[in-house]
Write a protein that binds this ligand. Structure first.
Ligand SMILES: [Zn+2]
Length: 387
């Protein structure tokens, strides 16, 4: 039956005309006409379709073009997508889903439009991270989560797309990845400072302590780690200085550690920040948002700090860095409860463990993405749902 060419009639021609019409390549089609012919306008539409898809432009519907037309019937959201055997689902909707997941940093191989095992695994990871039941099936809830993220990247800055590209190209191995850990403040700037009896706690020292615990753990995982400052720098370091240091080092990730403070002693909890802003023309670093979300959830689950959620900010450090970057504000030094935890070295170890777990999740190869024994999946999901 293939190729179908000028002068042909039949069911296949009726179908080809209907698809080309739905793609707005063929104008003025009425209801399907069983006697419709593959005429000049159809041939031109087929050529235009082939050109747009990078197929050889023949004006005839061969095997390759038929597959392309068949795929083009589906737009994302029009049907539920899942990994089915033995004939996997195929279509432009699958390709679009794959492209979205790739952009978010989930490595599933090539976006080939075929819903295979890797697509299902990547989708499950995305679902787990956004708090949808991780069943690998793209239904209405998953679509809603994708839309929420997708809308924000429409018209995204090219630098953010390049960020996603670099992240994907860097592969899944932790070994050799470069992480810049940035303890906030220092060099005469103590950050948040509270008197506590005879002791004086300040944000700069505690942030440095957490950063150095994190440094040791990341290095033990084979990553190359740099701190933006030492325990007692001679002068203050601006956010822009810290960002250019990370850029010059070609860092794969940046993690900035701060504590929070507030005049109201009831304020408490952990919050994370990534590059982005909401509203008209809103934009986000999807990878930064993902990293921030992971860091937030791991810290909440592992430390029990109150969940103050993940937020988009355009702060210099987040805006000027060319890699996924997160700023974590791990507890309020001004809260009696948070402070009691923060001054306990064992607690600061747990914060370090949580951030390392988040980094590992960011890079975990799909095959290895099983819930680890140290994570209670139910409580992880419960924590995620509140975000
Ligand atoms: Zn701070």
């Amino acid at each position: 039956m293939l190729p179908i060419r000028r002068g042909d009639r039949g069911d296949a021609v009726v179908e080809i005309r209907a698809i080309l019409n739905s793609l707005a390549l063929l104008g003025g089609e009425g209801p399907p006409d069983p006697d419709a012919v593959f005429d000049g306008p159809v041939e031109r539409a087929v050529r235009a379709f082939q050109q747009a898809r990078g197929l050889s432009v023949t004006g005839q519907v061969n095997e390759e073009t038929w597959r392309g037309l068949d795929a083009a019937r589906w737009s994302l959201g029009a049907r539920t997508l899942a990994h089915v055997q033995p004939e996997p689902l195929f279509g432009d909707d699958v390709r679009e889903l794959q492209e979205r997941l790739l952009e978010l940093g989930y490595d599933l191989g090539r976006a080939d439009g075929i819903f295979g095992r890797h697509t299902a695994a990547a989708l499950s990871r995305f679902q787990r991270e956004v708090g949808v039941v991780p069943d690998g099936v793209c239904g209405p809830l998953t679509m809603a989560a994708l839309r929420r993220l997708g809308r924000k990247v429409v018209g995204g800055r090219p630098t953010l797309l390049r960020e996603a590209e670099r992240f994907r190209a860097s592969g899944t191995a932790l070994v050799g990845k470069r992480v810049v850990v940035d303890p906030g403040h220092g060099g005469g700037d103590p950050g948040v400072r509270v008197p506590d009896g005879a002791l004086r706690w300040n944000e700069a020292d505690l942030a440095y302590d957490i950063a150095s615990r994190l440094e040791g753990r990341l290095a033990a995982a084979g990553m190359r780690v740099h701190l933006t400052r030492g325990p007692a720098p001679t002068g203050p370091l601006s956010e822009a200085d810290r960002a250019s240091l990370a850029n010059e080092l070609g860092a794969d990730l940046l993690i900035s550690v701060h504590l929070a403070g507030h005049p109201n002693p009831a304020a408490s909890g952990v919050a994370t920040y990534h590059y982005g802003h909401y509203g008209e023309g809103g934009i986000t670093s999807t990878l930064g948002e993902r990293l921030a979300g992971l860091v937030q959830r791991e810290i909440v689950v592992r430390t029990g700090l109150r969940d103050c959620r993940t937020h988009a900010k355009t702060w210099d450090l987040l805006r000027l860095t060319r890699m996924p970057a997160v700023r974590a504000e791990v507890g309020y030094l001004s809260s009696v409860e948070d402070r009691a935890r923060l001054i306990d070295p064992e607690f600061r170890d747990r914060v370090g463990d949580a951030i390392v777990a988040a980094v590992k999740r960011m890079y975990l190869p799909l095959e290895a993405d099983v819930p680890t024994g140290s994570i209670d999946v139910e409580s992880l999901r419960a924590a995620v749902r509140t975000i």
